[in-house]
Design a protein. Structure first.
Length: 323
């Protein structure tokens, strides 16, 4: 099957829940966190959830249905409370020094905390290790964090999910392909932060669940159950979203970026070599960048906006769930 650029972009926007905001219920929250919500920048997860769901407040991370972990690439992620396994165990190395280090670090942290919660900086310093090294233990599934968007994240040791490691790896790959497909093994390796050889083993195990498709940037894989949805004619998408740095829609590398933004100059403005700015999504296409300092928001569109578009952008700014 051959897919056009417009089919892929339309599918990605829709599968990300960015074609329309859904009511904040269990099903919608599960869908919005299906591939995790990166939270590496202050309030990023809150703003990503707001872009997808109605009624999201600045305190949404207090919701018992959510928890935070060090997920893909050891970045802070918000996931559904029952979905910790794919984002943690699903990245556990199958063998070698990385696996041994993860198990050792998690065990040492559990022993040290002894039921307590404290900042990871305090824990690491008192344990005599670099605090950032504590992140390696997350692939055991026994560490949850809490970050309010300022200060240092706190760490807590919890019981490991009752999920087989291999099942967790397969589930992470399925979730990735559902939201980021069509995609390649290398795309998954880079997004998840796992070695290419590990990613290949996981994708080989999914061979009966995926199909190969042709895209403008080369052959890639999609889940067989998603084939019809991806192949559907692009549907018109209307509306404005202000996506935070690291939002799943543009958490992309390499040629995937060119699929969404063909102009190299604009592409480099969105995916900078430093911290990425936020993205202005207008009617399903990237149309500029934005940034904020406190509650002051500045939008830099890539073209002149119509009065109606400017009003929609202004309304979106006003409704951002900022404290």
């Amino acid at each position: 099957m051959r897919l056009s650029r417009d089919q892929i972009v339309s599918y990605r926007v829709r599968v990300n829940g960015l074609d329309r905001r859904a009511a904040l219920d269990d099903a919608a929250l599960s869908a919005a966190t299906h591939v995790g919500v990166q939270d590496s920048m202050p309030r990023a997860a809150v703003l990503s959830l707001h872009a997808r769901l109605d009624g999201v407040s600045a305190e949404v991370l207090d919701d018992a249905r959510l928890e935070q972990v060090w997920g893909p690439r050891f970045s802070a992620f918000v996931v559904a409370a029952g979905d910790r396994a794919p984002f943690t165990l699903g990245r556990m190395p199958r063998r070698g020094a990385g696996r041994d280090r993860a198990i050792r670090m998690a065990q040492e942290l559990r022993t040290f905390l002894d039921g307590r919660t404290m900042t990871y900086a305090e824990a690491g310093n008192e344990m005599g290790v670099n605090p950032n090294a504590l992140r390696y233990g997350t692939t055991t599934g026994t560490i949850v964090i809490r970050w309010e968007g300022s200060g240092r994240p706190t760490v807590t040791s919890v019981d490991a999910p009752a999920v087989d490691e291999e099942d967790a790896r397969l589930e992470l790959a399925r979730r990735f392909l559902h939201v980021f497909g069509p995609a390649t093994v290398d795309d998954f390796s880079q997004w998840a932060g796992v070695k290419p050889a590990e990613a290949r083993i996981t994708f080989d195990a999914l061979a009966t669940e995926v199909v190969t498709v042709e895209t403008p940037i080369g052959d890639a894989l999609v889940l067989a159950i998603d084939e019809a949805a991806i192949a559907a004619p692009p549907a018109p998408i209307e509306g404005v979203r202000l996506l935070p740095s690291g939002d799943a829609l543009y958490l992309l590398w390499g040629t995937q970026r060119g699929l969404f933004v063909g102009d190299e100059v604009r592409r480099n403005e969105l995916w900078t070599s430093r911290v990425w700015p936020g993205a202005l999504l207008l009617d399903g296409e990237f149309a500029g960048t934005w940034s904020r300092r406190g509650t002051n928001v500045a939008v830099d569109p890539w073209r002149s906006l119509t009065p109606a578009e400017q009003s929609a952008v202004d309304a979106e700014i006003t409704n951002l769930p900022l404290p």
